[in-house]
Design a protein around this ligand. Sequence first.
Ligand SMILES: [Zn+2]
Length: 455
Amino acid sequence: MTHKALPLLLLALAVGGVWAIRRQQTHPPAQPPLVMAATLADAAAHPEPPGTGPLLEALRSDLQVHRQLIVLFADESALKGAERERALAVGHRLHHERRDLVHQLNGALTRLAALPAAQRDPVVGALLDWMEADPELLELDRLAFRDSLRVLQKSLRQDTTPEGVRLNRRLARDLAEADRVEALVEAEYQRVFGGPGHPAQGGQRERWNAYVADLQHRLPLDTLLKGAAIPSPAAGLAGSGEIDGTGLPAKVLVLSFDDGPHRVYTEEIKAILEKEHVPALFFEVGRNLGAQDASGRIKLGPLAAFTEDLVKGGFVVGNHSYTHAQLSKETGAPLDLEIRETDQLLRAIPGAHSQLFRFPYGARTPLQLQALEAYHLRSVLWNIDSLDWADPVPSSVADRVLKAIAHEQRGIILFHDIHDRAGKVLPVLIPKLRAEGYTFAGLDTEGKLRLADRP
Ligand SMILES: [Zn+2]
C-alpha cells in the first residue's frame, strides 16, 4: 500500500463505520397501509387493543402515505392535463388505502385510551417516544401526527388522575410542537405567496423545499406514478341529473364535507359554520355510523351522535357509501349493499336521511348511477377540490380553493371533516370570499338549491 492510499483507506473505514451505525438505527421499511389495516382489524376482534408493536407499525405506515402524497403533489402547479389526472388518481388510491388504516387506527387508539393507566401508559408512552424523537423522522413529519394525537387527546381529556394529567400534558406538548412546525411552514408559505393582510415577497420555501427534496430522494415520483390508481371522473355525466356545481348561479358556493363523522373534527367544523351562518352538506361513510347485525337490525355506533347534531344544526347529510368503496368497480349485490346500508343507517338517525349521494372519488359509470334510482338518490359531485387530504399546509389548501373558485366563479367545494385542515382554512376563506361578493348556499334534502346565506 502506498502512503497516498492510507488516508483513503482510513476515510473509507470511517465512512463505512458511520454507515454501519446508521444502518443499525434504520428501521425496516414501513408496512403497506392495507397490511396494517388488516392487522388492526384482526386485533379489533379481541377485547384488548393491540400492543405497541402493531400500533407503532400502523403509525409508520400512516406516515409513509403522508410522505408519498406530499411527493405526489409537490410540483402540483407544474402538473398539466393528463399528468395531473394521473397524480390525482394515484393519490386517491394511496388515500383509499390509508383511510382503512386510519379507520382502524383511530378505533384502536380510542380503545387504548380507555384502558387502566397501568396498561395504557406504557403503550401510549412508546408511541409518543417514537413521534418525539425517533431518528428516522424528519422535523416536518410532525404534521403527520396531528390527527392521531387529537384522537388520543379527545379520549383522554376526561382523565383527571395524576397519570391522566401527565399524559394530557405530554399530548398537549406534542400538539404544540406540531403547531410550531406548522407555523414555520405557514410563515414561509405566506412570505413567498402572500397572506392575510400582507403581499407576497417572493423567494423560496426553503424549509418546505428541503423536506420535499428529502422525501423525493426516498420516494421517487416516477415510482409512485407507476402505482395503482383510482381515476376520478369529476364532471357530471350528461343527462344523468347529477349535480356537479357548475350549474349554480354565478358567485354561489356550496360547501361539502366528506368521509365523516369524525370523533374530533365534525363538531369543530360545525361550530365554525354555525358561527359564520354558513350552510353545508356532510356526506357520511356508513361504517362510521354503525352496522347492520346478522339479523338485519341497524345498530348505530357512538359517532352517529355527531351526525344527529349536524341535522339538529340544520345541515344536510348525504350517503357516501358504506365502506368508502371504489363503486365504479362494483355491481349487483355488493354495489347495492354499499348504498343500502348507509341509506338505512341514515334513516335510523332522526332527520338525517336525504336524497343526496356522493360517489367516493366520483368513481361511477351509468351502471352505478342506475343503482341509485332504486333508492331515489341523486348523485352530487363537486367542481372545486381542496385536496385537503393530500396537503398538510393550511395556506396552501386555502390558496388552491381560492384559485379554483376564481376560475369556476361558482360551485360545490369538496373538503373532508376527518382531517384538521378544513377547520383551519374555513375561518380565513369564508370572510374573504364574502368580501369578494360570493354567497354560501345549501342544497335541500332533494338537491334543490337553497339560496339563503344563513341556515
Ligand atoms: Zn370520500
